[in-house]
Design a protein around this ligand. Structure first.
Ligand code: 6PG
Length: 467
């Protein structure tokens, strides 16, 4: 009997995807470049059935036609090597899927290279971490629609479900699936940083204990802030370090890592004139955190404001922070979805924004209750310029801006850095103004470089002899 699908790359994510497929009744062939991971996976099987292969040729030949091969290999050169090793054994119509965090530009290059060879290439965004891969991730497939349709029965089966609907939908051509995953990760960076800032305010300004902050996050997770990241933050704050008995969070080194997808999101936005300031602030917050040794030295040289302690009503301020966090999240997701919209127009992808919000509701890291409302906003107005101006969110941010303003003012006066919350408000305050201060910039550019300017009151291009 032939296998229905093959998985290459048996690290944790690949193993879990393979196990997920097997648990849904697929006959899954598995292969890893080195034999050890295959053996480890086979040793830990618990009733599931996977079929291991130790030669790439045997692996490929075990698959039914058209062959469906799912790569869960570290993004980068390794993907190209695996493709090269597969090619001699493939036939026209076979389908390679890349489920890793590949850069969408690499995916397009691979797609273009394989097309003339008759091999279909799908770049598939997969979100949900290890547990998601095993139990149901959010899946963002991009490439040729007819190729997607051949693998859709398997992908929709292994995806997370919300109201019995699979969190998997066809995203669009070529690299669009990986693009959507990339920006998902950028939003993830912003969402994580916003939560970190809310935590900092609760801890440093309201002087709450870690356990009390965990209670607050748990409460928030029962309301409109309900989301995976809020939920896990509450759990993280409850965890004690076995060695010291301290909250584990207090012994974790405050230096953030990153693997690049957030940076790519900012770079793509910057390259294409897309305002992704909140995601970019989140990225820079990670970079500044990484300068730990410098920060420790600077602490003894640089001072903050003095006499900042005054009584704040605890419950009142907890609610301001809740409002600030919600509004920050709305601004961050609105920038991410604008990045989808503007890029979709730029690349001619026709991204289904309503459906993207729907498949983000389950499985993925940024899953959140308010994605339902985001989806509704795009259902009502498919060409919505920005989520902030949709009736639901316009009303919300009108109500919540006072909370965000108070938190930022108090934070700034107290010397607490709140980069993403501040960036959210700066974005909001610039976006809601019909008139900006760019007239000054235009005048300066014309003054020193004769770069010309346009006028508000008549068409044309003008230059002034300023001196
Ligand atoms: C997901 C995650 C996943 C991974 C991030 C981590 O959606 O499942 O986004 O892809 O955890 O890439 O990214 P950083 O290491 O850059 O924080």
């Amino acid at each position: 009997m032939f296998n229905s699908i093959g998985v290459i790359g048996l690290g944790v994510m690949g193993s879990n995807i393979a196990l997920n497929m097997a648990s849904k009744g697929e006959q899954v062939a598995v292969y890893n470049y080195t034999r050890d991971l295959t053996d480890q996976l086979m040793a830990k099987l618990d009733g599931q059935s996977l079929h291991p292969y130790y030669e790439i040729k045997d692996f490929v030949q075990s698959l039914e036609a058209p062959r469906k091969i799912f790569l869960m290999v570290t993004a980068g050169k390794a993907i190209d090597s695996v493709i090269d090793s597969l090619l001699p054994h493939l036939e026209t119509g076979d389908i390679i899927m890349d489920g890793g965090n590949s850069h969408y530009v690499d995916t397009e290059r691979r797609y273009d290279g394989l097309k003339p060879k008759g091999i279909s290439y799908l770049g598939i965004g997969v979100s949900g971490g290890e547990v998601g891969a095993l139990k149901g991730p959010s899946i963002m497939p991009g490439g040729d629609k007819d190729a997607y349709e051949k693998v859709a029965p398997i992908l929709t089966k292994i995806a997370a479900k919300v109201n019995e609907e699979p969190c998997c939908t066809y995203i669009g051509p070529k690299g669009s699936g990986h693009f959507v995953k990339m920006v998902h990760n950028g939003i993830e960076y912003a969402d994580m940083q916003l939560i970190a800032e809310a935590y900092t305010f609760l801890r440093e300004k309201l002087h709450l204990e870690v356990n009390e902050i965990a209670d607050i996050f748990e409460t928030w997770n029962q309301g409109e802030l309900k989301s995976y990241l809020i939920e896990i933050t509450a759990e993280i704050l409850r965890k004690k370090d076995e060695a010291t008995g301290l909250p584990l969070i207090d012994v974790i080194l405050d230096k953030a890592g990153q693997k690049g997808t957030g940076k790519w999101t900012s770079m793509q936005a910057i390259d294409n004139g897309i305002p992704a300031s909140i995601i970019t602030e989140a990225l820079f917050a990670r970079y500044i955190s990484a300068l730990k040794e410098e920060r420790v030295k600077a602490e003894n040289i640089l001072t903050g404001p003095e006499n900042v302690e005054h009584k704040l009503d605890k419950n009142e301020w907890i609610d301001y922070i809740r409002q600030a966090l919600y509004m920050g999240k709305v601004c961050a997701y609105s920038q991410g979805f604008t990045q989808y919209k503007m890029s979709s127009e730029l690349y001619g992808w026709d991204l289904p924004l309503k459906d993207i919000a729907l498949i983000f509701r389950g499985g993925c890291i940024i899953r959140a209750e308010f994605l339902n409302v985001i989806s509704e906003a795009y259902q009502e107005q498919p060409n919505l310029a920005n989520l902030l101006i949709s009736p639901y969110f316009a009303e919300k941010v009108t109500d919540y801006q006072a909370g965000l303003r108070k938190v930022i003012c108090e934070g700034i006066t107290s010397g607490i850095s709140l980069p993403c919350l501040s960036s959210s408000l700066n974005f909001y305050d610039s976006y809601r103004k019909g008139i900006s201060n760019a007239n000054i910039l235009q005048a300066q550019r014309d003054y020193f470089g004769a770069h010309t300017y346009e006028r508000r009151d008549m068409a044309g291009v003008f230059h002034t002899d300023w001196q």
